[in-house]
Design a protein around this ligand. Sequence first.
Ligand SMILES: Cc1ncc(COP(=O)(O)O)c(C=O)c1O
Ligand SMILES: N[C@@H](CCOP(=O)(O)O)C(=O)O
Length: 401
Amino acid sequence: MYRLVCVHCGATYSPDQIIYTCNRCGHLLTVEYDMDGIDVSRNEWNRRPLSVWRYRELLPVRGEPVSLQEGGTPLYHLKKIGKELGLSELYAKHEGMNPTGSFKDRGMTVGVSMARELGMTSVACASTGNTSASLAAYAAKAGVPCVVLLPAGKVALGKVAQALMHGARVISIRGNFDKALEMVHELCITHGLYLLNSVNPYRLEGQKTIGFEAIDQLGGEVPDRIVLPVGNAGNISAVYKGLRELESLGFIDRLPMMTGIQAAGSQPVVKAIEQNLEVLAPEAAPETIATAIRIGAPVNAEKALVAIRATGGTAASVTDEEILSMQRDLARKEGIGVEPASAASVAGIRKLAELGLIDRDERIVCVVTGHLLKDPETVVRQCEPPIEIDADLPSLLSALR
Ligand SMILES: Cc1ncc(COP(=O)(O)O)c(C=O)c1O
Ligand SMILES: N[C@@H](CCOP(=O)(O)O)C(=O)O
């Protein structure tokens, strides 16, 4: 049993209402379960395969989900990078290993399943790329038409390719992501499409399972810190919400310090934390090589600020050069291929460690959110091109010298 509750004024709504913001105050809604009615033990969860659906008692879907086998992503111990930073317990949870290559699949399996349960017959989103790739795939699986709005010229090639190939109607707007989200929200309200951006409370339920899995992979131990790249701030809010639920079930007895990392050219959440603002000041012209987090007015900011402050966490920004340098280090020292936005979480930890702002004994889980192949152009620009040679051994030996 659950209901929808406004995160700001507490107004409540029935779970079968198609609603994304509070009618009373305009803020976002969240899913609130009747915790006394949740009947499951940790042992029962541990007997199931590691996957979003291991945690189904804390998810809103009641029927058979629309699933592409999401979750169950690897948690890698970053031994070399950790050693360089003096952090012996540094881990990366590689969300790029989901079916469409990003954490969005955890959200979409739940969001698209709910679309079906609610009787919705078409879905839509705005996207910096990954949300659209994921929604297009899950809409294809569910057999519903899908519309996606992208900021023209600012979406990585692999992501556009995915949305197109999975059969979405792909529209590029001459404007940024924030504008695209405003437009698609209005389209959905006025024309009855189901909105599957992170303003959708059900979608975020799936994303909270990142935190559940990380704890299970650490043998049930809560990490001291969970670090996430922050764009629209849905993911950090979702992980925090999930951990609060585990705490209220008595499955964990403390919360990790929630830590958000943004790009220097797009850092409204970092500024709000640094300046102790109650309400975040949007950035009109966000810019970064990490296009996935090129977002100036994060819609989930209110929840993210609570998550960071309530857990004694922090927020920090990293430059594009720091992001790319960590993308190369993860690839070359650890064998982990991620897109630029994803490298931001580990780049942020490098920065915090170098500034002496974190304890070296901490056990830290960095969420790396999307796969390297999402943005091949940024990869190729950083690397020497292949050498072309004649097809004979002497030419090969000469090239290798
Ligand atoms: C790869 C990647 N990392 C991080 C983010 C940021 O997540 P959020 O918007 O939930 O803060 C996004 C998109 O939102 C993304 O696509
Ligand atoms: N990075 C995201 C942008 C935010 O989308 P949201 O629906 O999670 O808020 C993307 O991939 O589009």
